[in-house]
Design a binder for this molecule. Structure first.
Ligand code: NAD
Length: 450
């Protein structure tokens, strides 16, 4: 599970060798610690003429204690982040403003700094030319993610024009997530902020205060890291796993003062037993995280039907049954969130994983179909799609394939379970309620399925 190469590269001898041989150079990523400032340096905030977001974003960043600089800042300044409001660009000739802003400061971002471009969803643009220009922002952002190096990440955030209180709060939540070390392994993503029900926390250090959050597959790996992150941020966690993982589950749940539920999600009575537990104990569940997942790899010609059935049932069908039961019994309140764990295998496909990739692509279909259907009830539905994450699962991959998986991304390293956990955590915040229908990859901008 340890990335020995990354540790070696950070030693003096390693640095010399990497430079001489032009080897991959995985930087040490900035990760969130409670009490940290949002960023290691000031934010350079720029805007195209007539941008609609720079004003409100400047105000909310200033209120968050971020030091703001204007584009006229001294040439030798270093920035923790470059934030650019591109909503004012209404045709392709206006794209020149991107060059004018980014070119002079492209080498002035601190390690693990951030680049965030704000745009208007192309589907909401007034003219084809405006939609074209707004769509073009993706190419710039994804290229910056590949080009800047040193742990710097780049994202595009499309913000609905129909601004309401929900979209304003969720824009703040999203900027706080993306600027902070919580988003260490998220890069090259396009995030959409819609209208919806979103509530700012009293304290952004505890963005999940008093929220009841269910985590399936909580006994180990990503689920265990998630349980800790959610509890750190104020949630009351209901940690669920199979009875066979009971001891590990109890340990994780006790550590954070949560409750443990031993349940096989594929059991016919699992949805009702789970709903009964949540109804009896809390009367509600504010966020449901479908994290439990299994692999049963074989090439399709060699795969028996059991392997196919088990994977589809755990990874997809059980999520549908549980959603149906919790929604039918109205246990997920207005402002509630459903978050599923997909995979880049569900986006790119993977040899030997037809069953797994089918289930994980199905999870994306679930988000696409359920998010608009539940918008009216004020419930958001999103997914994360992890790439190569350092867990027991990936430690078992043969060395050469493992090394390829680790390095084939813009950050030249695997992510940690905590990186996926922090991203799910952000989607679970009540403040993120207007982030709806998104699939956010936690993959260091992997080349797979890009
Ligand atoms: P893991 O195997 O370490 O943990 C999965 C947990 O789910 C286990 O504790 C397991 O007991 C539980 N589980 C399995 N079947 C269950 C069932 N029927 N009922 C209840 N619990 C059940 O896996 P992980 O690496 O932490 O992965 C977590 C999620 O992330 C999975 O959905 C996985 O597909 C996804 N993912 C992981 C990676 C990675 O690199 N590790 C990459 C992409 C996606």
């Amino acid at each position: 599970m340890t990335d020995r190469y990354a540790s070696f590269v950070q030693s003096a001898a390693g640095r010399a060798l990497v430079k001489r041989l032009g080897l991959p150079d995985p930087p040490r990523l900035r990760r969130h610690r409670p009490g940290d400032p949002l960023l290691p340096g000031p934010v350079l905030l720029g805007a195209a003429a007539d941008g609609r977001l720079a004003g409100p974003v400047g105000e909310l960043l200033a209120a968050a204690g971020v030091e703001l600089r204007e584009p006229t800042a001294a040439a030798d300044a270093r920035f923790g982040a470059l934030v650019y409001d591109a909503t004012g660009i209404t045709d392709s000739t206006g794209l020149r403003q991107l060059y004018d802003f980014f070119h002079p400061v492209a080498r002035s971002v601190t390690p693990s700094g951030r680049v965030i471009v704000l745009g208007t969803p192309p589907t909401e643009c007034a003219t084809p030319r405006e939609a074209t220009a707004q769509r073009a922002l993706e190419g710039l952002t994804r290229s910056i993610g590949k080009e800047f190096g040193r742990g710097i990440t780049a994202q595009l955030v499309y913000v609905t024009r129909e601004a309401d209180e929900g979209s304003r709060v969720s824009l703040e939540a999203t900027l706080r997530f993306l600027l902070s070390g919580r988003s260490a392994y998220v890069s090259g993503q396009v995030i959409r902020i819609d209208t919806g029900k979103a509530t700012a926390p009293a304290d952004w250090e505890r963005p999940l205060d008093d929220q009841v959050v269910l985590v399936t597959g909580a006994a180990r790996g990503i689920g265990a890291a998630l349980t800790r992150v959610l509890a750190r941020d104020g949630a009351r966690v209901v940690a669920l796993d199979v009875p066979a993982a009971g001891d590990a589950l109890a340990e994780v749940a006790n550590e954070v003062g949560g409750t443990a539920v031993q349940l096989d999600l594929t059991a016919p009575d699992a949805p009702t037993r789970l709903a009964d537990h949540l109804a009896g104990r809390y009367g509600r569940v504010d966020a449901v995280v479908h994290n439990a997942g299994i692999t049963r790899d074989r090439t399709l010609g060699r795969m028996d039907a059991d392997r196919w059935d088990q994977v589809i049932d755990v990874n997809l069908s059980s999520q549908e049954r549980i959603n149906d039961e919790l929604l039918a019994r109205e246990l997920i309140p207005t402002g509630g969130r459903i978050i599923a764990v997909s995979s880049i295998a569900g986006i790119a496909g993977n040899r030997g994983q037809t069953n797994y990739a089918t289930s994980k692509a199905g999870v994306i279909g679930l988000v696409d179909s359920l998010a608009p259907a539940l918008h009216g009830r004020g419930i958001s539905v999103n997914a994360v799609a992890p790439g190569f994450i350092e867990t027991r699962l990936t430690a078992r991959i043969p060395l050469v394939i493992r090394e390829a998986g680790r390095r084939m991304n813009s950050l030249a390293q695997g992510g940690l379970p905590v990186d996926v956990a922090e991203t799910i955590g952000w989607l679970a915040w009540p403040a993120s309620g207007a982030v709806n229908g998104n699939v956010v990859r936690v993959c260091g901008q992997s080349l797979l399925g890009a």
